[in-house]
Design a protein around this ligand. Structure first.
Ligand SMILES: Nc1nc2c(c(=O)[nH]1)N[C@H]1C(S)=C(S)[C@@H](COP(=O)(O)OP(=O)(O)OC[C@H]3O[C@@H](n4cnc5c(=O)[nH]c(N)nc54)[C@H](O)[C@@H]3O)O[C@H]1N2
Ligand SMILES: Nc1nc2c(c(=O)[nH]1)N[C@H]1C(S)=C(S)[C@@H](COP(=O)(O)OP(=O)(O)OC[C@H]3O[C@@H](n4cnc5c(=O)[nH]c(N)nc54)[C@H](O)[C@@H]3O)O[C@H]1N2
Ligand code: SF4
Ligand SMILES: [Mo]
Length: 707
């Protein structure tokens, strides 16, 4: 232990009618939190002046206040007794225990035996400090986070194509003025509901919406053209659209020559994607393919927006490349109200992937294997560059190593037992650990295997910054006084680091001081936050990175003049359709795909606790086409057992003509025996290491009637 002075992190006073942001998704809707209107909970309303949601919220946002005073909230640190039951502990006892265990594991097995699992739910300050904690206090290479399950395929493709990865390189408001918008594998009506106002305005202005999804979702129902593709065939679809554009001479040859490189290989590759062939691969009729291609290619402004449906595949990166190739070839990236964008998912899914909680990354989107990047960050941290670990294991690989190479795991902001693929293997790994520490406000399926539970403040009780899906850095503000007991994540990191002998590097006066160090650590980096200050964020409705100096206004719109490669040009990548990690066959003849309900968030750890949301969606349902249902004598409400190569799960059936007849769908918001991820496979994209959440080969192994 060092004798670093124990200055408690300064907490701002809660205030009334404060502008802050919803705790959940990347839309980061502006909310106003006001005085308790009864029931002991703060009132939450949409902020009419925040220009992204314009006062609208979804049902998760409206009910988010319920989490704050929730009876199930944990307020005292807990240690697991040898008998397996939890007992309350003091913070000093919990910190001493965690630090001693981590030090012992490091001593016995080496520094990489301690793993860290972070989250896109964490503020920029937390994500930054967690990365520093792993590399400096623990000295481990093994830190990764749940954004690997979320944004990694789009991030890899955008970085390779554009030289930088910002989900939307333009403001959400540009959607309104786009003549054609194509949504691929995104169900925004359920996953970003207030986004629909922008599509409504776009359509009112005469624009067209195209949606590609294996299910006729609430979003697809709003489309002018719906392409009900076979799961796992986005790449073939995008190549087919480019084929049509080339055949009909609708590509922008001047833009291709002036602003890009690599098109010749793409031109050759897409020659194999005649629409008749693409129809066989994707199930999308040639006439629809041609119509979509003409709409996109002849519009003055057009954008393609991708979601997890395109990206969560073992060919996720190549699929995103195929969409980027199309939009580049049409000369639409960096053109007004046009471009390619990916819809970031988690609240801080954007900032969370920039500040060093990813196995191969350092703050500012620097790379841990690049010497100049190591030196820049080591300098800010006051450590030797050589002392920084190298690249560690990606999320799924880290979870696969639990109990073998990785003996201790520190989890901040993820419920891996529900959210990771091949859940049974994850559970075995968690059980085999010598030390599992979970920092959370609630117990969940992951903490069920923990040795230590450290209760934390929730969003409305702490300050910090989040970066929304447009790259806009905004402020989360203190609105509500935390109960006695929990601590902030930042303070937890500091206390453990202190006991590991480097408290001085984690002793910050307040959250803003952490942000100021983050700014220095990102100066000159791709995701440059150095010119962003809390005061500047307050003065506007946020500041978009890159923002290299304090007098720089930020960058809402990117790529108008140049891309972020040294030569200023975007890169094409020739990509070919390939089969998934497992495709349906005689034994497992159906596709199984997964996704979300409007009422629940991710692993459901938070939303299953909210009475209104639970009442609206109490259980997962298996969507099944009437033709398939008839063959198996299934009606809505029948109990259907779905089997993959890994497990069997029984769901209640929902018979609906909105899904393809060869595909089953279930949400992944539940754990235990109802976990969709018991079925999913461990196949990963070779570049992004993204799991194949959207395609599993399954069969129907049994049907029961009644409950
Ligand atoms: N209500 C709610 N909102 C959320 C979240 C939540 O859990 N609940 N989570 C947030 C997060 S972290 C994220 S990442 C986003 C995710 O937002 P989305 O990407 O919109 O969500 P998903 O439901 O995972 O997947 C979208 C669609 O992909 C389709 N799909 C499946 N397979 C394929 C395929 O092979 N190709 C194509 N083109 N489509 C396919 C599914 O049918 C589904 O409708 O939502 C964010 N917002
Ligand atoms: N089959 C299938 N699986 C999927 C997906 C899919 O589409 N299909 N989607 C994947 C995607 S896109 C994602 S993003 C993941 C998400 O899945 P998870 O990684 O499990 O994320 P959440 O359910 O949001 O869990 C977050 C946990 O963090 C806690 N938390 C929230 N904020 C904080 C904080 O500030 N500090 C601390 N200490 N804790 C906090 C919450 O209480 C909750 O327990 O799931 C992935 N898994
Ligand atoms: S759309 Fe996202 S940010 Fe907005 S209220 Fe719903 S969950 Fe919150
Ligand atoms: Mo996500």
């Amino acid at each position: 232990m060092t004798d670093t002075p124990r200055v408690p992190l300064k907490l701002a006073e809660p205030a009334l009618g404060v502008r802050t942001h919803c705790p959940y998704c990347a839309f980061q809707c502006g909310i106003l939190m006001g005085e308790d209107l009864g029931g002991g909970l703060p009132r939450v309303t949409g902020d009419p002046h925040f220009p992204v949601n314009n006062g609208q919220l979804c049902i998760k946002g409206w009910t988010s206040g319920a989490l704050l005073g929730h009876p199930q909230r944990v307020t005292c640190p807990q240690l697991r007794d040898p008998g397996g039951t939890w007992r309350d502990a003091t913070w000093a006892e919990a910190f001493d225990f965690v630090a001693a265990k981590m030090a012992a594991l490091r001593e016995r097995y080496g520094p990489d035996a301690n793993g860290v699992f972070g989250s896109g739910a964490l503020t920029n300050e937390k994500a930054y400090l967690l990365g520093k904690f792993a590399r400096v206090a623990l000295g481990t290479a093994n830190i990764d986070y749940n954004g690997r399950f979320c944004m990694s395929s789009a991030a890899a493709a955008q970085t390779r194509a554009f030289g930088i990865d910002r989900g939307l390189p333009f403001p959400v408001a540009d959607v309104e003025r786009a003549e054609v918008v194509m949504l691929v594998g995104a169900n925004t009506a359920d996953t970003l509901p207030p986004m629909m106002q922008w599509f409504d305005r776009q359509k009112a202005a005469g624009g067209r919406l195209v949606v590609a999804d294996p299910r006729r979702t609430a979003t697809a129902r709003r489309a002018d053209l719906f392409l009900q593709l076979t799961p796992g065939t986005d790449l073939a679809l995008a190549n087919g659209l480019l084929y049509v554009a080339l055949e009909e001479r609708l590509t922008d040859e001047r833009y291709i020559a002036e602003r890009t490189t690599g098109f010749d290989a793409v031109r050759r590759a897409v020659l194999q994607y005649h629409p008749a062939h693409v129809e066989r691969l994707t199930g999308v009729p040639e006439s629809q393919l041609r119509r979509a291609a003409r709409w996109l290619a002849t519009a003055r402004s057009a954008m393609v927006l991708s979601g997890r449906g395109t990206e969560q595949h073992s060919k996720g990166v190549d699929s995103v490349h195929a969409w980027i190739n199309l939009v580049l070839a049409l000369g639409k990236v960096g053109a007004p109200n046009s471009g390619f964008g990916t819809l970031t998912g988690q609240g801080n899914g954007q900032g969370g992937r920039e500040h060093g909680q990813k196995a191969d990354q350092l703050p500012g989107y620097r790379l841990i294997e690049v010497d100049a990047h190591r030196a820049a960050v080591a300098n800010v941290w006051g450590v030797e560059p050589a002392s920084l670990p190298r690249k560690g294991k990606s999320a799924t690989e880290l979870l696969n190593a639990l109990g073998s190479e990785v003996r201790g795991l520190f989890v901040m902001g993820s419920n891996v037992a529900v959210a990771a693929p091949h859940a049974e293997r994850v559970e075995q790994g968690l059980k085999a650990l010598d030390l599992l520490v979970v920092c959370d406000a609630f117990h969940n399926e992951t903490s069920a295997h923990a040795h230590v539970f450290l209760p934390v403040f929730q969003w409305a009780e702490e300050d910090g910054t989040m970066t929304n899906l447009e790259g806009r850095v905004i402020r989360r503000r203190v609105v509500s006084r935390p109960p006695t007991g929990p601590l902030s994540d930042l303070e937890i990191l500091r206390e453990i680091a202190d006991r590991l002998g480097c408290g001085a590097k984690f002793a910050f006066r307040d959250t803003e001081a952490v942000f100021d160090e983050l700014r220095r650590a990102t100066a000159g980096a791709p995701a440059d936050y150095s010119g962003i200050t809390y005061a500047k964020i307050d003065a506007a409705d946020g500041v978009c990175w890159p923002c290299p100096t304090e007098d720089h206004p930020g960058t809402p719109l990117m790529f108008t003049e140049r891309f972020h490669h040294a030569d200023g040009r975007a890169r094409f990548f020739a990509v070919d359709h390939r089969t998934a990690g497992e495709e349906p066959d005689a034994e497992f003849p159906l596709f199984f795909t997964t996704g979300r309900y409007k009422e629940h968030y991710n692993s459901g750890a938070q939303t299953r606790q909210v009475a209104k949301l639970h009442a609206a969606q109490p259980v997962p349902r298996l969507e099944m086409h009437p033709r398939l249902a008839r063959r198996h004598r299934v009606v809505t409400g029948s109990r259907v057992t779905v089997e993959s190569r890994r497990a069997r799960v029984e769901f209640a059936a929902e018979v609906t003509a909105d899904i393809r007849a060869d595909t089953l769908f279930a949400p992944f918001h539940w754990g235990g025996r109802a976990a969709a991820n018991l079925l999913t496979s461990g196949h990963l994209d070779p570049t992004s290491r993204m799991p194949e959440f959207k395609l599993t080969a399954v069969r129907i192994a049994g049907v029961r009637h009644g409950s």
